[in-house]
Ligand binder design. Structure first.
Ligand SMILES: [Zn+2]
Length: 336
């Protein structure tokens, strides 16, 4: 009898272990198959106006139609990243549904209001973490919805709590705001690069109001060469970003650069330039430059919209001209 009991115990232990391993992979496959697809973008939200799903073990992705946030349940409590006003209250409700553990940490991504004005909703006992420069912007804003952080850091910071690790890094240059932060959860293989790009969609205007476009253009390559990740959280879109989405965004940037160079060297562009020269008087140089930029961005946008990128990404026509304007200014005019 004892032997049977022992055998049964071993079998139970074995099946629990196998089940746990399968679950990790199952979560990933399910997210890849269901929650990172274009079909999911067009799937209506439940009546409550949001949805959430597991993206790794003890890791949840909460979203509405345009915003998303992620939180991690550790052995000690819950770590919330990017306290957006659009979702923080929802995240607090979802946390109550999945665990009775307290919220122990809230991490600011950058100082922009749409990513930080939910911070005041979290319990005061939760430790608020920010890059030192982000904290300086918060101090200037003096906004009760964006309380001053309890912990600040420069260069790098590793949050370790209840068996969970979140690595934060200041890359030295920024892709979007005046101080961006890369976050990485190595065990979950999740990268957090807020406002970097839009998975399965065209970039936001002027490449997401990029503060440093030349750095932003090289960022996908840099991240893919530095971090081993399955998913990337960017703070917007209903779907979670995957490595494939980032690869596609990188390919878009490469193609856009090629289109730009091709257009600038093209006879059509030269002819337009000559016509512009005739249209304005010698002293109207400002107008000549502006006309040159405008014809380049429009020719480039037209080429992109007519290419197969219109099938590869949603809303490719949206902001196409403005994004080529940014690219023209930085690659053709400003890049040394
Ligand atoms: Zn922002």
């Amino acid at each position: 009898m004892k032997i049977i009991k022992f055998a049964f115990f071993c079998l139970l232990l074995f099946s629990v272990t196998v089940f746990a391993q399968e679950t990790d992979e199952q979560i990933k496959s399910e997210v890849l198959a269901k929650y990172s697809t274009r079909d999911y973008v067009f799937t209506p939200l439940p009546d409550r106006g949001y949805n959430y799903f597991k993206v790794a073990k003890d890791t949840y992705f909460v979203h509405n139609d345009f915003d998303n946030m992620v939180f991690f349940v550790t052995k000690k409590g819950v770590v919330v990243v990017d306290p957006k006003p659009a979702l923080s209250q929802t995240v607090i409700e979802v946390i109550k549904e999945v665990t009775d553990k307290p919220i122990t940490h809230v991490v600011y991504s950058h100082h922009h209001r749409d990513h930080s004005q939910g911070a005041y909703l979290f319990p005061e006992s939760a430790e608020l973490i920010a890059h030192k420069k982000v904290a300086e912007f918060m101090a200037i804003a003096n906004d009760p919805m964006r309380p001053a952080p309890d912990v600040t850091w420069t260069d790098t910071f590793t949050l370790t709590t209840g068996g969970f690790t979140l690595e934060m890094k200041d890359l030295g240059r920024n892709w979007h705001s005046q101080q961006d932060v890369i976050m990485y959860a190595p065990k979950q293989k999740i990268l957090i690069a807020i406002d970097m790009f839009h998975p399965d969609a065209a970039p936001w205007i002027h490449f997401g109001e990029s503060s440093d476009p030349m750095f932003a253009f090289g960022l996908p390559d840099l991240l893919m060469n530095t971090y081993d990740f399955d998913f990337v959280v960017v703070g917007h879109e209903k779907i979670i970003g995957t490595k494939a989405h980032m690869e596609k965004y990188n390919a878009l940037l490469v193609d856009m650069k090629n289109i730009l160079i091709e257009v600038v060297k093209s006879p059509v562009y030269q002819v337009l330039g000559e016509q512009t020269d005739k249209r304005f008087a010698e002293f109207e140089v400002h107008y000549k430059y502006k006309a040159g930029i405008t014809s380049a961005m429009n020719l480039c946008a037209q080429k992109l919209i007519e290419s197969d990128w219109s099938k590869k990404l949603r809303n490719i026509e949206l902001n196409a001209a403005e994004n080529f304007q940014t690219m023209f200014m930085h690659i053709i005019v400003l890049d040394p």
